[in-house]
Design a protein around this ligand. Structure first.
Ligand SMILES: CC(=O)SCCNC(=O)CCNC(=O)[C@H](O)C(C)(C)COP(=O)(O)OP(=O)(O)OC[C@H]1O[C@@H](n2cnc3c(N)ncnc32)[C@H](O)[C@@H]1OP(=O)(O)O
Ligand SMILES: O=CC(=O)O
Ligand SMILES: [Mg+2]
Length: 559
């Protein structure tokens, strides 16, 4: 796209502009390196658009993050959460609905998810699935290269120009059928993208991911029969959804696109958001593509938000299943709410992945995935997630058998009545064991070690581990030490015990890892997080500086 000193980007239909490019670009810096390919994506017009987003919305974003801090202070005093009295009218009004599903989103029974590196993009689009969530979030470490090249890969994939060769292997998009609908997951409101600054501040990771994908592809996607679709992670209130809606409106107006063309599926993956499901759909209204049960972040959020409260201490991670009372209540409420409002209620991610060298263990793992998908379809979910192409056939088989229609929005779940007590019912059977502690340490260390090398999703003990699952492990360790939880072996989990096991696990992992691994760095950070004292809001924010080398002295790229 060309630019001029006064660019309207598109003369026809736009409502915002004309924009004085030189003026907007004043005090905008790109601190990450650019080559010919990335420069095409992060072109001047795109940068102008991102700067407009930043200047319009960053103040609100920061104020909303501050609201999280204020709410946390209330919870730290022992207060609980409840449905909001001020939005009762939204919940009780039966008259409003979300929009009908957008093109390409009517049937989304099996969604594959994964990071946006070129190989994974091709493999995901070739998988036997209906939709593909291309992930800039939980399964991506946000290095500059990952984020910007991910945008290049999606740009090329949308235009079917993504084929490439790696060694002898050719990666080619299949041509024998329609490709799955693409949905991009932007980073959450809490993350920043340090490689682009506006007026001396880093731009929000959400606005960067959303904006670049939108600006470069929205029109192309519509021309190809779908649209600019997103997954929106880690929100904590309907006001954060309102901010997304405002962003969507501005973006569509900016390029002259009909409002309501963008669609966002919101992950309900924080405990405060579970109390505002109706309100979140209401805020996004014409842009809503439903809600999703982001189970891993949800467990993380329950522990995080109530970490000072001894009533919320949970047993070993493996005991916190989808059928324990608080998880069951959350699933049921989500499905009921979505279907009442005519939008999709998406299921989530079973962590099992294929085990290649042990047929028996593999069968057991696949049975676990099958059981999870069966529970989801029977509960009324309209679709589910798979972490790996080899799991698509299992999800398809279960959903094809039990969901003959493209979705099951007609399943209204009037039988379900979920109260605040149900959402907060921590009656979870199970024990805290030394094995559970060691597993959490291995997951935390293993995940952080990969993340520090730029890998955002790793297999550990034949389970998919990503930013959300690692947070569950980290938060459990913190919580157990904080509350001096007893183990089934008769020990009290305290700081000395946690640090001793951390040391042992680090040694063990390092012994078997290639030279140049990052276990020592991971352990240094993890040690600050598992002693019941400091608790970073997010591991990814805590570690971010380790994967960026941006400073005041970094020269800006020439625009
Ligand atoms: C809590 C949440 O947010 S869940 C959502 C976020 N998490 C995810 O999206 C999980 C994504 N999954 C993955 O990253 C991977 O499946 C892992 C890391 C768990 C396992 O990866 P690997 O060890 O490489 O698996 P494996 O060796 O079996 O892969 C076989 C092939 O499938 C490909 N593959 C595996 N998972 C995916 C995927 N999700 N999308 C596309 N391709 C995939 C691999 O690239 C590999 O391709 P190749 O044969 O061309 O080299
Ligand atoms: O994003 C999904 C989750 O489970 O977390
Ligand atoms: Mg998540």
């Amino acid at each position: 796209m060309s630019h001029s000193a006064t660019s309207t980007l598109r003369e026809a239909g736009h409502k915002i502009g004309p924009v004085n490019v030189d003026q907007v670009l004043k005090d905008v810096n790109i601190l990450g390196s650019l080559d010919d390919k990335t420069r095409k994506i992060l072109n001047k017009d795109a940068i102008v658009f991102l700067a407009v987003l930043h200047r319009t919305f960053n103040g609100t974003r920061k104020a909303l993050l501050q609201r999280r801090v204020i709410r946390q202070a209330e919870l730290d005093k022992g207060n609980l959460l409840d449905f909001l009295p001020e939005t009762k009218h939204v919940r009780e009004n039966d008259a409003w609905r979300g929009p009908p599903p957008a093109p390409g989103l009517v049937d989304r029974r099996t969604e594959i998810t994964g990071p946006t590196d070129r190989k994974m993009v091709v493999n995901a689009l070739n998988a036997d699935v209906w939709t593909y969530m291309a992930d800039f979030e939980d399964s991506s470490a946000p290095t500059w290269d990952n984020m910007i090249n991910g945008q290049v890969n999606l740009y090329d994939a949308i235009r079917k120009q993504v084929d490439f060769k790696q060694g002898e292997k050719e990666y080619k998009l299949r041509t024998d059928r329609k490709l799955p609908t693409l949905i991009a997951r932007a980073r959450g409101w809490h993350l920043e993208e340090k490689h682009m600054t506006v007026d001396g501040e880093p731009i929000s990771g959400s606005l960067f991911d959303f904006g670049l994908y939108f600006f470069n592809n929205a029109e192309e996607l519509v021309n190809r029969g779908t649209g600019p679709y997103y997954y929106l992670p880690k929100m904590e209130s309907h006001l954060e959804a309102r901010l997304w809606n405002d962003v969507f409106n501005l973006a569509q107006d900016y390029i002259g696109m009909r409002r309501g063309t963008i669609r966002g599926t919101v992950l309900i993956e924080t405990i405060p958001a579970a109390f505002e499901m109706d309100e979140i759909i209401y805020e996004l209204r014409d842009h809503s593509a439903g809600l999703n049960c982001g189970r891993w972040d949800y467990i993380f959020s329950v522990i995080k938000r109530f970490r000072q409260n001894p009533d919320f201490v949970l047993p070993d991670r493996s005991s916190v299943t989808m059928t324990v009372p608080f998880m069951d209540a959350y699933v049921k409420l989500l499905i009921k709410t979505c279907h009442r409002r005519g939008v999709h209620a998406m299921g989530g991610m079973a962590a099992q992945i294929p085990i290649k060298n042990d047929a028996e263990a593999n069968e057991k793992a696949m049975d676990g995935v099958r059981a999870d998908k069966l529970r989801e379809v029977r509960a009324g979910h309209d679709g589910t997630w798979v972490a790996h192409p080899a799991l698509a056939s299992i999800a398809n088989e279960v959903f094809n058998t039990h969901m003959p229609t493209p979705n099951q929005m007609h399943v209204r779940r009037e039988d379900v009545h979920i109260t605040a007590n149900d959402l907060l019912n921590m009656n979870v059977p199970g024990k805290i064991t030394e094995e559970g502690i060691r597993k959490n340490l291995n997951i935390g260390l293993g995940y952080m070690e990969g993340w520090l090398r730029g890998v955002g999703c790793v297999p550990i003990n034949y389970l998919m581990e990503d930013a959300a699952t690692a947070e569950v492990s980290r938060s459990q360790l913190w919580q157990w030490v904080k509350h001096g939880a007893p183990t089934s072996e008769g020990k009290k989990v305290d700081k000395a015990y946690a640090l001793r096991l951390l040391h042992e696990q680090t040694e063990e992992l390092e012994k078997n890892a290639p030279k140049g691994n990052k276990y020592q760095v991971a352990a240094k950070y993890f040690a600050t997080q598992v002693t019941g004292e400091d608790y970073a809001e997010f591991l990814t924010s805590l570690l971010y500086n380790e994967i960026t080398n941006v400073s005041d002295k970094t020269p800006a790229a020439k625009l």
